[in-house]
Design a protein around this ligand. Structure first.
Ligand SMILES: NC(=O)c1ccc[n+]([C@@H]2O[C@H](COP(=O)([O-])OP(=O)(O)OC[C@H]3O[C@@H](n4cnc5c(N)ncnc54)[C@H](O)[C@@H]3O)[C@@H](O)[C@H]2O)c1
Length: 424
């Protein structure tokens, strides 16, 4: 595979750590030749790390994309609300595109982006790393092998972890509907994608329940100030005390999010003045912290999904029930048990425990897998494979948007009606 030259939009955590990190560890496969980010510190840090000259450091995606094409591919790691517009512009500029999730902030935007990429004959991959992990790849293989028969139902749980939820969905980037989007989209579009990918059939109908229960002002401990650093009476016992998150020895994610300068002094200043120092009960968050989704696919498969913020650990589980057996898996343990019905009573069932490879890197190695898939597809000009992959990504996004509508409107959303509403 030959090396691919790329431009980067958004040199934040994903842009620098994940895409930039891949180029640093695979210099024979990927090289960044231009970067755009309005934050001078992040832009220059990335440019310095990749030896990008000053004339190819841009103050925003629009400036970079206004130039004649600078490379074959574009990695778009800007924040959620700019994905749609900047992705259209990148495709118009002729780049094959790796786009961070969510692909757009509206269902019509997702469908439109798919059509736009296809009309221009360009490859568009949404960065859904889970599909490329050894764990979910193996789940897909087991289901395709027919060992447990036709799929009847999927039960999937995403346990976000109390500290991760507080960092990202209460204090951080994904806390507000108007700045990013609903939890089921911003956090769980990966899970919706996995469901759509495993079932590989369109969704028929969706219902959903959930609310913002925990991280609300009325749950604040008595006397808690607006910031943890303002002398909180419960600082010794509150699990969400900000200095406990960000003032320790570790300066990787999530601490690296709060300040480019990770010195103790800069971190303290950030907690005293910026958003990660706020009391979790006194933030301006409005996204739900627990939600259930039930969906039926057109082939009759039923999905039952739960996302919860109040878990101790961060982990995903999956149970697939088929007509001839079942699969029970734990993603973070890289382990699943595949059970096939025996002839007669349940003691005759056959069980196999499968342990999948443990890959380094974010999302169980899926980040590296997703980037590798994109570069391979560009190298092979695999437009058919990429179009199918994108179709599934769009279906997963539509499932997330429809679930949010079902939750907000307290009704079952029929996908025929939902899809028809997108073209009105
Ligand atoms: N695929 C995954 O598993 C995964 C995981 C986490 C985040 N994400 C997604 O990745 C994206 C980036 O997340 P992040 O954590 O890196 O956020 P971040 O805030 O660290 O980075 C976003 C960067 O975009 C920059 N930016 C803002 N306006 C810009 C513009 N006009 N032009 C260019 N850059 C601009 C910001 O300055 C910032 O540096 C988000 O959409 C997020 O939802 C995906």
């Amino acid at each position: 595979m030959s090396r691919v030259d790329a431009v980067l939009l958004g040199a934040g955590q994903r842009g620098r750590d994940v895409f930039g990190g891949y180029a640093r560890t695979h210099p024979d496969r990927l090289r960044f030749v231009a970067v755009a980010d309005p934050h001078g510190g992040r832009r220059n840090r990335f440019a310095d790390e990749h030896a990008i000259p000053s004339e190819r450091r841009f103050a925003g995606w629009a400036d970079l994309l206004a130039r004649p094409r600078l490379a074959d591919v574009c990695f778009n790691a800007t924040m959620d609300r700019t994905h749609h517009e900047s992705a259209l512009a990148a495709l118009d500029a002729g780049y094959h595109l790796m786009l961070e999730k969510p692909m757009a902030d509206s269902p019509a935007g997702c469908v439109g982006l798919e059509a736009h990429a296809q009309a221009r004959g360009l490859l568009l991959q949404i960065c859904h790393p889970l599909r490329y992990t050894p764990f979910y790849t193996r789940v897909k293989e087991v289901l395709a092998s027919g060992r447990i028969g036709r799929i009847v139902s999927l039960t999937m749980h995403e346990n976000v972890g109390y500290w991760h939820f507080a960092h990202s969905y209460v204090r951080g980037n994904w806390r507000r509907l108007d700045e990013s989007g609903p939890t089921i989209l911003t956090k769980c579009c990966h899970d919706m994608d996995i469901a759509a990918w495993l079932v590989d059939a369109p969704v028929r109908q969706v219902s959903s329940f959930g609310s913002l229960r925990t991280f609300r002002a009325e749950n604040a401990p008595e006397g808690a100030p607006a910031r943890c650093t303002d002398g909180c009476p419960v600082e010794a016992s509150c699990p969400f005390y900000a200095p406990a998150f960000y003032m320790g020895a570790g300066i990787g994610w999530p601490t690296s999010t709060i300040s480019v300068d990770t010195s103790i002094e800069a971190r303290r200043r950030a907690l005293e003045t910026e958003r990660y120092g706020r009391c979790v009960y006194r933030c301006d968050n409005d996204v739900v912290d627990n939600q259930a989704v039930t969906a039926e696919f057109q082939d009759g498969t039923v999905l039952d999904f739960f996302v919860r913020s109040n878990s101790v650990d961060c982990f995903r589980t999956i149970r697939v029930v088929g007509e001839r057996g079942e699969l029970n898996g734990h993603f973070e343990k890289n382990e699943m048990m595949v059970s096939e019905f025996g002839q007669g009573y349940s003691d005759k069932a056959r069980h196999e425990v499968i342990r999948t490879a443990v890959w380094d890197g974010g999302h169980g190695g899926g980040d590296v897998g997703a980037i590798g898939n994109f570069l391979r597809s560009v190298d092979r000009k695999d437009s058919a494979g990429m179009a199918h992959s994108l179709r599934i990504a769009v279906e997963g996004h539509l499932l997330a948007f429809a679930a949010e509508q079902a939750r907000a409107e307290r009704r079952v959303v029929t996908m025929d009606e939902f899809r028809a509403s997108l073209s009105r």
